[in-house]
Design a protein. Structure first.
Lengths: 113, 890
């Protein structure tokens, strides 16, 4: 499937994808993970998070789990995980960013020399 | 949790489909995040709530308007509503401008107070990644002190804690230093920090560099303000030399403009000589030898003079850091019982440390000003309700022509939100003009008050508040107007009839609410006023009238005690000789205007290990200090010229110390030691208690030594004058300079000023709450009057009939007044109950009165009822003058 039509991802969407790369999480865990990993530079609020989740679900990049991974949870939460497509899109986005960064690096190094 | 309930309500802003899909998850996420934010601090939680509001508004709007098929409301009708509302406003300029003015006042007052709250409580401290920063304190179990400054050797041990990425220290008291310039000697506020401090705080100089880990002792970094005002903003300032305390120091950096460190509350009780920002930072070096030099700290566990700031490692909680530090302190107590037996340690977030003390006062102000806005809303809702009954015909026609109910509601809401936004826009102007006046009114020593200014957050707050206000005002009239009893409205063309029962009841509720809110505010203002008066009535223990005070800083040329004794001898003899001077003296700690230090004492004949010795406050009295201050000597004697350096050491104690430590004995003649190695001193007298830290703080045990036996380097001078003390200021300064022009004399104030500044925060809160109270009273009067005038005008025909049938005018008058006063009385009762429920908010600000102070509790309801009765009587009285014939003809 062509992943390029999903690119580029917005920073928020990429961060959510990265949070889900490690496995399934529920909404609050995604918020925590993103905030921790970005040292508080990206703070997701529920509205932003769930709007993005809604779009990702509609696009088929993530899917919802009905069962709970851990049974000690005292309340029903919805867990999300990347689909194969979502995984491919996230990887493609990271590749794209890496290309961009290395191109930019070359440019700056060239400029200084 | 009520925040969660509010969040659930706000979710209604989202399209229903989205809400069904994600509502539960969003609520869980909100609840968990909110809990985490609250665990950090109330300020973080408040900021989180504000951001959540914006988050909902932005995302709900995006979801509703992003795609055509999801748009239940179309922009065209909104545009039409806005244009229509604009025409309505243009047609009723008086109503519109009155409404905008009332809203501007209410929203503006809120925006102004919020600006202060935002700058002081909500904004992060001016450091990089401020969340990980904490304050590390020692504690003292015996003296019940949680926030003791730290001894250097303890600091080096705390520093080993694993939870911390870094830990640095600053000197915990800041004294005026002398700076020699070409023009003479000036005072400079300097302190010493360990070299890594700024780097740990995440800040670097705007010009130049930070201290290096092994910084040379002669380096200095100056503040931006000092650089601009005293160094002329010279861009080539690096390398310039400042002579501070006789030592030349080279400027290596200028900090950025917004950098403040330390805040007063980070320094413990010894703190600043007087609140002011630090102008120069010196590198702090630890040495083994005993040293008094500036910028050098002796390694010891017995003297505590460091304020310690740490940065927790990422992911480490404050509780974890606290646990580890407490554990280290526990080990130290076991290893060094002589010095550390009762010493614990704890950690609190730096932000909390910096501004936690002023939070109750600001929260109180925010609540008070919120009430003012609520009252403005109620008044306007009332006014709109009155208008909506007039406009019922219009609504009925629109509805008959096929307008949906939703469109009718939307149109009314568009009108009120537009009104409120116009009010908000005016409010922003009002705030930007009045902020400087408000800040002048604010106490100078309120932490971070210098960092307060209107910014984007304030703008967003004002906008959000305007929209919410507009919704709140509009919702009642909108619902009332959208349900026009079609038939009756269309039929009753012409004759002014009374409004329906529902509307009358609604109006009654609004009057009750208004009076209730006014009662709460007035009760608060009354209690604060009574507290203020009782604080001012406190006997400070000295006579504050006709006293002039100043502070002097001696340069390092007065190294020896003999040099200082000689200086004081000549200085005080010159001061005493001045015409208009009754007596003079000096001390190291000025009551109500300075700081505090303590000493441990061992009383002869009591078998207590040095680690558990009681601690008392320590001061020096130079020359005729007690006489000049008017502090009475209750037993024994004060100090005199015979208590010299070679005479046996003596001390004088205060009444509280005599009572606490010598309950049933005569302290005069008893001997004590200050520190294990010092000689025994004899208590020669007991003086009256003096309110040192604040008028409303109970006196602590105090001990004085004579200036001749321990002459200080940075004393306060007090001068009792026979006439206006302020008039003598210039003469006294000249006299100090005449003795030695290298001595810096600064902070010349009368004791009346010192006393007044010590109650500045109380006065600030009182003035604002009193202003809110008066505003509330006026609004309640206007509100009650407006409703009663409407009632009377609606009932004119009925009254005409009653009068025509022979009713006594007095009886009809009473009928109307009784109706209004009954409503007001209900409001008063609810208001009193509400303020009793809210006493915890106020209790921290009260002094000398209970939260249920009977005079206030009686006076305020009586005043409100009287005002309400007058507001009812006026329209009723006017109605009585109507000729019954005219009334019936209407």
């Amino acid at each position: 499937m062509n992943v390029d039509r999903f690119l580029p991802l917005t920073p928020v969407v990429l961060e959510i994808a990265l949070a889900l790369a490690a496995g399934e999480r529920h909404g609050y865990e995604i918020m925590q993970d993103v905030e921790r990993r970005t040292d508080g530079r990206i703070v997701l609020h529920p509205g932003t998070l769930y709007r993005a989740l809604g779009r990702l679900l509609d696009q088929g990049l993530i899917e919802e789990l009905d069962e709970r991974p851990a049974s000690e949870d005292d309340e029903r939460r919805r867990y999300y995980r990347l689909t194969a497509l979502g995984n491919a899109v996230a990887r493609a986005e990271v590749e794209r960013l890496a290309d961009q960064v290395s191109a930019a690096r070359r440019l700056f190094r060239g400029g200084r020399a | 949790m009520s925040a969660l309930r509010a969040y659930r309500l706000l979710l209604l802003a989202y399209p229903a489909e989205f809400r069904e899909r994600f509502g539960a998850g969003m609520q869980q996420a909100f609840r968990d995040r909110y809990r985490a934010a609250r665990a950090q601090s109330a300020a973080v939680a408040a900021l989180f709530l504000l951001r959540t509001l914006l988050d909902i508004a932005a995302n709900a709007a995006a979801l509703r308007f992003s795609r055509k098929e999801r748009t239940p409301m179309n922009w065209q009708s909104l545009g039409a509503d806005i244009r229509y509302a604009g025409r309505m406003f243009a047609r009723n300029p008086v109503f519109t401008s009155l409404a905008v003015a009332a809203l501007a006042l209410g929203i503006g007052a809120n925006a102004a107070i919020f600006t202060i709250v935002n700058g002081v409580l909500l904004k992060p401290l001016p450091y990089g990644q401020p969340r990980g920063l904490v304050m590390v304190w020692s504690s003292n179990a015996i003296e019940h002190r949680d926030h003791d400054v730290v001894a250097p050797l303890d600091f080096l041990d705390y520093r080993k804690a694993d939870a911390f990425a870094d830990m640095q220290a600053t000197s915990s008291f800041i004294v005026g230093a002398s700076m020699r310039t070409a023009a003479g000697t000036e005072q400079i506020v300097a302190t010493a920090v360990t070299p890594g401090m700024f780097e740990m705080l995440g800040r670097r100089p705007a010009i130049g560099r930070n201290f290096t880990p092994q910084e040379v002792q002669t380096a200095v970094i100056v503040s931006n303000r000092f650089w601009r005002s005293r160094l002329g903003g010279d861009a080539n300032v690096l390398g310039r030399v400042l002579t501070i305390q006789d030592q030349p120091r080279t400027i290596i950096g200028v900090m950025p403009d917004d950098f403040v460190f330390p805040y007063k509350s980070m320094l413990g009780p010894s703190g600043f000589t007087r609140s002011s920002d630090v102008e120069a930072w010196l590198p702090l070096a630890f040495v083994n030898a005993n040293s008094r030099a500036t910028g050098v700290a002796t390694l010891t566990r017995n003297a505590r003079f460091l304020s310690v700031v740490g940065r927790l490692k990422p992911g480490v909680s404050v509780a974890q850091g606290n646990g580890e530090i407490a554990g280290i302190a526990h080990q130290l107590a076991a290893s060094y019982p002589d010095s550390n037996r009762v010493v614990g340690a704890n950690v609190i977030p730096l932000h909390e440390q910096a501004v936690g003390g002023v939070r109750p006062a600001l929260v109180l102000l925010l609540a008070g000003v919120g009430f003012v806005l609520l009252m403005a809303c109620v008044n306007l809702a009332n006014l709109l309700l009155a208008r909506s009954s007039v406009r019922q015909r219009e609504m009925a026609i629109r509805s008959a022509l096929g307008a949906e109910r939703r469109r009718l509601i939307a149109q009314t809401l568009v009108e009120t939100v537009m009104l409120a936004c116009m009010g908000g826009a005016v409010a922003i102007l009002v705030v930007s003009w009045s902020m400087s006046a408000l800040l002048r009114l604010a106490p100078a020593d309120m932490p971070r008050i210098g960092e307060v200014h209107a910014d984007v957050t304030v703008l967003a707050f004002t906008f959000a508040l305007s929209v919410i206000t507009g919704m709140a005002i509009g919702i009642v009239p909108a619902l009332a107007a959208s349900r026009p009893e079609l038939q009756s409205s269309l039929k009753s063309s012409g004759r002014g009839s009374t409004s329906g029962r529902g509307q009358r009841r609604l109006r009654g509720v609004l009057v009750v609410a208004e009076v209730g809110l006014a009662v709460v505010l007035m009760l608060g203002a009354g209690l604060l006023l009574r507290s203020f008066l009782s604080v001012l009535a406190v006997d400070p223990g000295f006579r504050p009238d006709n006293l002039l005070t100043l502070q002097i800083a001696l340069p390092n040329s007065y190294q020896t005690a003999d040099q200082r004794r000689a200086l004081y001898a000549s200085l005080f003899s010159r001061l005493d000789a001045l015409p208009g001077v009754a007596s003079s003296g000096g001390t190291t700690r000025l009551p109500l205007g300075s700081t505090n230090v303590t000493t441990k004492i061992g009383i002869e004949g009591r078998d207590i290990p040095p680690g558990a010795w009681p601690e008392v406050e320590f001061r020096r009295a130079i020359h005729n200090y007690f006489e000049a201050m008017g502090i009475p000597i209750l037993r024994g004697r004060g100090f005199n010229a015979t208590d010299g350096p070679t005479a046996p050491p003596v001390v004088v104690i205060n009444q509280t110390m005599a009572r606490q430590l010598f309950a049933n004995e005569d302290p005069v003649g008893r001997r004590l030691r200050m520190g294990t190695s010092s000689p025994r001193s004899t208590i020669v007298g007991v003086i009256g208690d003096v309110r040192h830290s604040a008028l409303d703080a109970a006196p602590s045990p105090e001990l004085y030594i004579p200036g001749l036996q321990g002459p200080p380097t940075n004393p306060f001078i007090v001068i009792r004058t026979t006439a206006d003390p302020a008039a003598l200021a210039a003469t006294v300064r000249a006299e100090v300079q005449a003795v030695d022009k290298t001595i810096a004399a600064y902070d010349i104030r009368t004791m009346a000023q010192v006393r007044s500044e010590s109650v500045a925060q109380r006065r600030f809160v009182l003035i604002l709450v009193a202003a809110f109270g008066v505003l509330a009273l006026v609004m309640a009067a206007v509100g009650v009057y407006g409703v009663m005038a409407l009632v009377v005008s609606e009932r004119t025909a009925e009254m005409g009939i009653r009068l025509a049938l022979g009713a006594q005018p007095g009886a009809v008058l009473r009928l109307v007044v009784r109706q209004g006063v009954a409503l007001a009385a209900t409001g008063v009762a609810i208001g009193v109950a509400a303020s009793i429920a809210m006493t915890p908010l106020l209790s921290t600000q009260l002094y000398g009165v209970g939260a249920l102070d009977p005079p206030t509790m009686a006076a305020v309801p009586a005043l409100l009822l009287a005002v309400a009765a007058i507001a009812c009587w006026l329209p009723a009285h006017r109605a009585m003058k109507i000729d019954p014939v005219n009334a019936l003809r209407v």
